[in-house]
Write a protein that binds this ligand. Structure first.
Ligand code: SF4
Ligand code: SF4
Length: 107
């Protein structure tokens, strides 16, 4: 069985700022744990760590390019749910870590 490429990657979780509506945080009825989100504005929250000079989402576990997992997979915010493995943005993130591009969308 081939492992899903995300399980040995994590590049997107260490490349992009992850912003979403404050309504996705658990405090306002959503699912994202409060300790992992920072409030940016009245309307916007951000995954902690993703706006650092060297971004790394606080929910990411493992080592990029080797073994990676989202510590809040079931509760992750919408940008993470919508991010497509094999997309242009995915391959851009992978390139930053010298990981080979994926050949089209991966489910
Ligand atoms: S979506 Fe792409 S960049 Fe993100 S973990 Fe999966 S393979 Fe890596
Ligand atoms: S919440 Fe999970 S999927 Fe989203 S950036 Fe953080 S580690 Fe990655």
């Amino acid at each position: 069985m081939t492992l899903h490429p995300c399980l040995s990657c994590g590049a997107c979780c260490t490349s992009f700022r992850v912003d979403f509506s404050v309504h996705e945080t658990e405090d306002l009825g959503g699912s994202v744990p409060r300790g992992l989100a920072v409030e940016v504005t009245e309307h916007t929250a951000r995954m902690r760590g993703t706006d650092h000079a060297r971004p790394r989402c606080a929910a990411l576990t493992g080592q990029v390019g080797q073994r990676a997992a989202c510590g809040i997979y079931e509760w992750r915010p919408s940008p993470c749910r919508e991010f497509e493995a094999g997309s242009e943005a995915c391959n851009r993130a992978r390139r930053r870590y010298q990981l080979p591009p994926l050949d089209g969308p991966v489910l």
